[in-house]
Design a protein around this ligand. Structure first.
Ligand SMILES: [Zn+2]
Ligand SMILES: [Zn+2]
Length: 260
């Protein structure tokens, strides 16, 4: 299977009423600067709010991205919501349109560029999307709109947010959807499935990610742990088990061990 063919990998999340819905260190997230300058973002992750996004969500996304890569995150000036990406009949925005929007505004020198919106996004016949990442590529877009649906606590919402972020970044490094049930790169159908996933990648996905992104596996796990503790999410994630790679294929059904 051609794992690296460029395509838009749709991400994590949900089936509601039989229809598919899709799913996206430690920080200086308070730095607000324009992505236009060159050296300011060189080698860094650039986070671009699209439309109005609560600063707490922007800061949290930045913290997760920093933990994921061990790189600084620069928060760019917001981009306005574009009506050309709006589906009036659905009252939603085009995820693919937003991804192109991010790519069109991505500083060339940035390591990764992530668009974050509080607007509801979707694509084609799906009910909605949590996020979408170019696979492989540099850019992704994430929506916070539905993260709090069917969710009783802010902790759970934040953990979903962290999962979305790690998932989308995985796509940008060429990771397709994984068949292992609890791997963060699994395509999750439904909110319950998202909550069931670990934040951890399975060993295969983690090895690929750490290799291509050139990050140290243990250091990355330590950064994620520190971030989770900082936000009071350590218990919500399941403590050490939440960052432990999901079971090997022998523990899964044959269907789930098929190459993805
Ligand atoms: Zn995905
Ligand atoms: Zn996996």
């Amino acid at each position: 299977m051609k794992r690296y063919l460029p395509f838009i990998a749709i991400t994590l999340l949900a089936a509601v009423s039989a229809a598919f819905v899709i799913w996206a260190h430690l920080s200086r997230p308070e730095v607000f600067t324009s992505p236009g300058g060159s050296s300011a973002v060189a080698g860094k992750v650039c986070l671009i709010p699209i439309g109005e996004v609560p600063k707490a969500d922007v800061a949290f996304a930045a913290a997760v991205l920093e933990a994921d890569f061990g790189r600084d995150v620069v928060i760019a000036d917001s981009l306005p919501l574009q009506e050309e990406y709006y589906y009036e009949e659905r009252d939603q925005y085009s995820a693919a349109g937003f991804l192109k929007y991010v790519e069109a505004n991505a500083p060339r020198e940035a390591y990764r560029v992530v668009g974050l919106t509080a607007a509801d996004i979707t694509i084609r016949d799906l009910n909605f999307l949590f996020g979408m990442g170019r696979c492989p590529g540099r850019c992704a877009v994430m929506s916070t709109y539905r993260l709090g649906f069917y969710c009783s606590t802010e902790y759970r919402r934040r953990l979903r947010f962290a999962k979305l972020t790690v998932h989308e970044m995985g796509h940008t490094f060429g990771l397709l959807h994984c068949r292992r049930r609890t791997c963060i790169m699994k395509f999750a159908e439904g909110y319950v499935a998202v909550d069931f996933q670990r934040l951890a990648m399975c060993e295969r996905c983690e090895e690929h990610f750490c290799g291509v992104a050139a990050v140290d596996r243990e250091a990355r796990r330590a950064r994620l742990e520190a971030m989770l503790k900082k936000y009071g999410l350590w218990q919500e994630v399941g403590e050490a088990a939440g960052l432990t790679p999901p079971p090997a294929p022998a523990d899964l059904t044959p269907e789930e061990t098929e190459a993805g």
